[in-house]
Write a protein that binds this ligand. Structure first.
Ligand SMILES: C[S@@+](CC[C@H](N)C(=O)[O-])C[C@H]1O[C@@H](n2cnc3c(N)ncnc32)[C@H](O)[C@@H]1O
Length: 259
């Protein structure tokens, strides 16, 4: 039985860990050997990461073709910034959300050696590949040593920053789904540290602080989760705006041509 048959799947790499794990648990007891689509044989009780390397990988040209096809859906001039993240798994989750939701770039502010500065090195790091479900290979990611340098870079390039927090912070507090995110031509959305949240400096130099309403006992959402929710709303609005703009331009070009 192949891995994909065992896991009940026949292609794609996303979100397969749970399926693969349970499939392996189901057949591991019999101590069978697994013959993967590539000509390797390994014992079933090896780790998932080893199994992952044995999966049938979609060929590079087909992934490249897909990347080219979806480029048009990406939200231009939208950057997600993670400020001083401590857990590499959260970086992976945010990069995955950035890629999946069509955010143009991810910036990471860190003075710890949690992630390499060089993207070529970053995209080949096994843990980042695993935690981002390979999104690291397909997303623009840049690091900054501190918040000030990142803000300076963004402002120099005409970006408006907004921060996110479960708490009321700064002068202009908005609820995620009540705001319009298309009024900023270039927008950077900041996510804070797992324990301390967003910094005072980032709040001070931002146009607004966005909250996802919290109605439970827990103080906040996890960094990866909150980035998914916030970026979903923002990309939804900005993509629609971008599409309408493209339609208008196409109409104008057509009518100019027909005169
Ligand atoms: C685990 S939270 C940090 C909690 C921290 N105690 C605080 O005071 O912000 C990590 C980050 O996730 C984002 N976040 C978590 N819950 C959020 C919410 N309800 N609304 C907006 N952002 C949220 C924020 O960017 C926050 O800095």
């Amino acid at each position: 039985m192949s891995l994909w048959q065992a896991s009940g799947r026949n292609g794609g790499r996303d979100d397969h860990d749970a399926d693969v794990t349970s499939a392996l648990r189901g057949i591991a007891a019999s101590k069978l050997y697994l013959l993967s689509p590539c000509p390797s044989i390994c014992k079933l009780d090896r780790t998932i990461s080893m199994v992952e390397t044995m999966e049938e990988k979609p060929s590079k040209p087909s992934l490249r073709a897909k990347a080219n096809k979806i480029r048009i859906l990406r939200c231009k001039n939208l950057i997600a910034v993670i400020e001083n993240p401590e857990d590499i798994r959260n970086i992976g989750a945010v990069v995955r959300n950035v890629n999946a939701l069509g955010v143009e770039k991810a910036y990471i502010v860190t003075n710890k050696n949690i992630i390499p500065d060089d993207w070529e090195v970053m995209r080949n790091k096994a843990n980042l590949i695993a935690y981002s479900a390979s999104a690291i290979k397909w997303s623009f990611v840049k690091t900054f040593p501190d918040t000030e340098k990142c803000l300076d870079h963004l402002e120099k390039n005409g970006f408006t920053s907004i921060v996110t927090s479960p708490h009321v912070k700064g002068k202009n507090n908005i609820v995620l789904h009540e705001a319009n995110y298309t009024k900023y031509k270039k927008l950077a959305v900041w996510f804070g540290n797992e324990k301390t949240g967003i910094s005072a400096l980032a709040i001070e130099r931002s146009a607004a602080c966005v909250s996802i309403p919290m109605v439970g006992i827990i103080e906040s959402l996890n960094l990866g989760t909150s980035s998914g929710i916030v970026l979903y709303e923002i990309t939804k609005q900005r993509r629609k705006f971008q599409e309408r703009l493209a339609e208008k331009v196409a109409e104008k070009t057509k009518s100019n041509g027909s005169v």
